[in-house]
Every structure is written in structure tokens, then in C-alpha cells.
Ligand binder design. Structure first.
Ligand SMILES: Cc1ncc(COP(=O)(O)O)c(C=O)c1O
Length: 392
């Protein structure tokens, strides 16, 4: 049984993650709520249980009322992103160094096509967002792994070895950096990123930073845009409002080039931008321009959920080891102490009727782990941990 619809107190009213009850969420038709049967509580894919931010809903409603449903035009999205980045991170990406792309993952593949050829290597840092491997392999590039350290942070020694292997015989190579890192929630520091940039320069590796989770860094850590660090001028970043404002169904993202990569980005074929939807551009632009207050309410709610998860696990599942995520709304649970085998999420699903992300899908370092989506209400979170505990 799901908890009853949330009673909206004064805190609930301003908490986007508590605004929708289970009956409303069950009516959703997206992957999170439709992949599993009704008796399964879904905390797997990176969708949020929040209603649309007011400014986004208003922008979309106005576009629909006007029949403003044609093709995207202009650089409004990139300008809104530049304003948001300047405001939040003190760094303003030049609009002339940006390109509109259909979404972050397709943007990554298009940037990889600009700087690598078939059979060239792309370095990834597992455990990491499973499409990193899938999209890269589908593109005909070779994966070289540089696993995170046991502290779940980049290991620059391992990265250097991977860069050396990736560029053997002078071949071009790229490093697909996840910043902040999904699934561990690691927020890379400026000095960690500078060391990545220095290694990339030394080996001639092109860094492609996926910063889709960047707005989702609650108190306690600070997102540093990769392109703002010393030595990152030959890199790229992919950015989007899709994670922070739950807009994955409204396709649009922005690719940004460092100053010395702008010539490469200029070679991106014009038709790539045609894959972004105009309504996506409208929604993402409104989110970045006017969605700051809503985002701050989400960040405050995530902060509470991070603490709550720690308390709940301590009480009901002390065998699970977990480092509260510094960023993202994802929690990476080390379940090896529970003796549930390589894929604890499969056991939680079968016995507990709660769906988490399957650790092994995230590659090396994923066995014995599961990923839990915190972008939900405290009631659903408590119910999820209760079901997990019941499965053990
Ligand atoms: C690291 C990372 N990149 C990209 C995406 C997907 O972004 P998009 O829908 O814009 O391709 C996700 C979704 O969870 C993600 O976690």
C-alpha cells in the first residue's frame, strides 16, 4: 500500500516534492510510473515526483494557447543558460560558443563525432550513468574505463593510465565526464577538475562534461563548471534544464565549447539543432530564467530527504552503507553487507515491491549496489525503505 495523499501543511505547500499524492502520480504515463505494475513503488529512473514549476507551466500554456508550436528559433535558451550560470556559478558561457542540441545524450554523441572517429576511445568513470557506455558503443567508439576510487571520487592516477591507453599510437580520444556524478552524487572540486584538464592537455584528450545535474547541488557543496577551470579551453560541456526541472519529455539541451573548441563546435551540422523541440526550448528557457525560486524549494526538500534517508537506513537497514550525495537527487547505496548478491535492486523489487536502479547496470563498481531516487516526498521515501527492509 502507498501512503495516503500528502496533507499539505504550510511546509508542504512550498515543497514541490510533496505537492502530488500517489493517486495523481499513478496517473502519469512516463517511464517512472508505467514500467512496473501498480503494486511496485518506483524510485528508479531520474524523474521527479514534482508538478511543473509555475513559470514553466505558464510558458507552455501560453505557447499552446497561441498555437506557438512550430520550429525553434534564436538563441534564447543559450542566453537564459548563460544568465543562470553567471548567477549561480559566477561563470558566463559565451552564447556564440553554444549550439542547440536535441537532448544531453544526443548532444554528447554529436560532440564525440566532432572530436573522435570510429574505433577511437572514450574514457568513462564507472560506476556511471549507463547510457554513457551504451551511446558511446552505439556510435562505434571504444570504451576505456577509469573507475572511481573507493571514496567515490575521480582517481587521477587511474585516469592518467586510461588516458595513456586511450591515446596509444597517437589516436584521438575523449573523456566523458559526469559532473556532478550520477550515480554517486559526487560533486567534483575545482582542483579535481583542474587536474583532469591538465591530464587531458598532456595526453591530447578532449573532455566532454555532462553537467545536466549541475543545478541540483544543495547546500554543502558547490558546482564548478568544467569550462570555468584553468586549462579546460579545449573541452565541451552539455547542459540542460531537464533534470533540475523534470523536463526530460520536453527535448532540448545546449552544447557549450571552451574557447579553443569553438571551431570544432562550429562544425556541428545545422540539422542536429532541428532535433530539439520548440516547446522544449520554451520550457527550458522559462525554467532557467524564472525557475530559480522553485529550484531552491526543491533543493531544500532534497536536503531534508538526504538527511531522512540517512536516518531511515540507520534505523531499518543498518547493513546498507551510504554516503549522502553532494549533488543530484540520487543516492548510491552499498548493499554488499546485506548478502543479497550482485543485484540487490532485483531482490528489493521481487520481495519488497520497490524499484531502485540496478547497480550492475552502472558498470565496474556497481555490483552489490542500488541507486535510489530522492526526488519524492518523505512519505514515499519512508515507505520505500520500509519495503526494502521487509525484503531483507
Ligand atoms: C548524467 C546524465 N546525463 C544525461 C541524462 C539524460 O539527459 P537527456 O534526457 O537530456 O538526454 C541523465 C538522465 O538521468 C543523466 O543522469
Amino acid at each position: 500500500m502507498l501512503p495516503p495523499p500528502h496533507a499539505h501543511g504550510p511546509a508542504g505547500a512550498s515543497d514541490p516534492l510533496s505537492a502530488l499524492g500517489p493517486r495523481e502520480l499513478r496517473r502519469r504515463t512516463s517511464a517512472k510510473w508505467r514500467t512496473y505494475p501498480e503494486d511496485v513503488l518506483p524510485l528508479w529512473v531520474a524523474e521527479m515526483d514534482a508538478p511543473l514549476a509555475g513559470p514553466v507551466a505558464r510558458a507552455l500554456t501560453e505557447a499552446v494557447a497561441l498555437g506557438d508550436t512550430g520550429y525553434p528559433s534564436g538563441t534564447g535558451y543559450a542566453e537564459a543558460l548563460a544568465g543562470f550560470a553567471a548567477d549561480r556559478w559566477g561563470w558566463r558561457p559565451p552564447v556564440e560558443h553554444t549550439a542547440l542540441v536535441p537532448d544531453v545524450m544526443l548532444g554528447i554523441t554529436e560532440v564525440l563525432k566532432l572530436v573522435t572517429g570510429p574505433g577511437d576511445a572514450v574514457v568513462v568513470d564507472p560506476p556511471v550513468h549507463p547510457p554513457f557506455r551504451a551511446f558511446v558503443e552505439h556510435l562505434g567508439r571504444r570504451i576505456v574505463e577509469a573507475p572511481l576510487g573507493t571514496d567515490l571520487r575521480l582517481d587521477h592516477g587511474v585516469l592518467e593510465e586510461a588516458f595513456a591507453r586511450a591515446t596509444q599510437r597517437g589516436r584521438p580520444a575523449a573523456h566523458l565526464l559526469c559532473s556532478p556524478h550520477n550515480p554517486t552524487g559526487t560533486v567534483h572540486t575545482r582542483s579535481e577538475l583542474e587536474r583532469v584538464a591538465a591530464l587531458a592537455e598532456r595526453y591530447g584528450v578532449r573532455v566532454v562534461a555532462d553537467e545536466v545535474h549541475a543545478p541540483l547541488v544543495p547546500s554543502g557543496a558547490e558546482h564548478v563548471p568544467y569550462l570555468s577551470v584553468r586549462g579546460a579551453g579545449r573541452g565541451f560541456a552539455l547542459m540542460s534544464a531537464s533534470k533540475a526541472w523534470n523536463l526530460a519529455g520536453l527535448k532540448a539541451a545546449v552544447a557549450v565549447a571552451g574557447p579553443e573548441a569553438a571551431g570544432d563546435l562550429a562544425r556541428m551540422p545545422e540539422e542536429v539543432g532541428h532535433g530539439a523541440s520548440h516547446l522544449g526550448v520554451v520550457a527550458h528557457t522559462a525554467a532557467l530564467r524564472h525557475g530559480g525560486e522553485w529550484l531552491d524549494a526543491v533543493l531544500a526538500a532534497l536536503d531534508r530527504n538526504r538527511r531522512l534517508l540517512g536516518e531511515l537506513l540507520g534505523r531499518h537497514l543498518p547493513g546498507v552503507r551510504h554516503r549522502p550525495p553532494q549533488g543530484t537527487y540520487l543516492a548510491w547505496l552499498d548493499c554488499r553487507g546485506l548478502g543479497l548478491g550482485d543485484d540487490p535492486a532485483a531482490v528489493f523489487l521481487e520481495r519488497g515491491r520497490v524499484a531502485l536502479g540496478s547497480g550492475p547496470d552502472f558498470g565496474t563498481g556497481g555490483a552489490g549496489h542500488a541507486r535510489l531516487n530522492l526526488a519524492t516526498s518523505p512519505e514515499v521515501l519512508a515507505e520505500a525503505v520500509r519495503r526494502m527492509a521487509a525484503a531483507v
